[in-house]
Write a protein that binds this ligand. Sequence first.
Ligand code: ZN
Length: 436
Amino acid sequence: MKRFRYAWFAPIVALLSVSAVAQRSPAPQAVVIRAGVLIDGKSDQARRDQVIVVRGNHIDNVSDAASAKIPSGATVIDLSRYTVLPGLIDSHTHIFLQGEDPAQGGYDANILTAPLALRAARATVAARRALEQGFTTLRDVETEGAGYGDIGIKEAIEAGYIPGPRLFVATRAISTTGGYPLEGYAPELEMPKGAQIVDGPVEARKAAREQLDHGADWIKVYMTHRSWVGRNGELVSQPTLTVEELRAIVDETHGWQKKVACHAYGGIGLHRALDGGCDSIEHGLDLDDAAIAQMLKQGTWYVPTLSVYYTDWAPADTLAGQRDRLRASLHEPSFKKALAAKVKIVFGTDMGGIPWTEPIAQEFSKMVDFGMQPMDAIQSATSRASVMLDMPGKLGVVAPGALADIIAVNGDPLRDVKVLQEVQFVMKDGKVFRSN
Ligand SMILES: [Zn+2]
């Protein structure tokens, strides 16, 4: 009965609301942010006393406080004691990893014993942790055996079920036979792998098609796997895909207007990655001059993920410990050479390899310790990353037309990037997530 009465009134209600929209077309309520200092993500200079007008999910206007027109009825958020920046972008994370402790079974136990729902629950917490720390966008570069779980988390965030950053996801990642864990088990056993294994260009292209079909925003390829100290004390990295296999993936992915991120340390695998047309080199801890020249020529992005290689070394008297120390000793000069050559360096951490309880922004300190200017480091996590993600002007900048992803910190990050580890205010898509 009630249902019948409702149905009878419904068309009238609908008609009324349509005509109301036609008459008023209401603009979203304005939110005004007063910024003591603004680092807009793109300009090389910070600006004092700025007013940012946000409408709905985007930034309408940015101007000097002295000349700003405050829309009537606007909600005002006073950040005049803070430094305001665009929401930060971490371009190398794994929300489906939690810095698994080797003493508790490490990476293998995660795949062998954790139900997928448990992994999804942990990923939900990781996503929330990132947003709390002012990282409003992540490029999450593979789920480490959790299949297409990143697509599910991304959907849950977009639909508002859980809080989290904007996600660009790579789904399963691709490597070759002998090129990814789980490994070291009896050869009679068919073990699950943390990435999709392919051999030959046909399988490689098919894997890319599958992943793109299921919603991958990026394709992640492992171009090197094991690494060890070679006969002459050099770092050796085991190459994985051939150039032909990689070219099949890159060709397919570019056809979908998507990009390919390649994990590559150095040597043969790194050079195959560049010859095969990778869009970004991940880690790249042993870059030779030829690789840097080729990256400049091809416009390849470099996501160095420094911090993760400077912690948790194996004991010095073990082979793995010697390898860990050698990797770190090469990484710093590689980063410095790339910086001097003006390779396009983008902020990435490998969070997940690092527990999500640690500060994501610690990577800024490592970049600055190795000679990067603080403003350059900030741009590597804002406007420069947005170009790599094909979102220039929309992400990583506080300017008219950009999405309203805005954070604030106490103090001057240009003097000490450490203040970026203590984010005081986070807005994503025009909605305040955190305000201390
Ligand atoms: Zn990684």
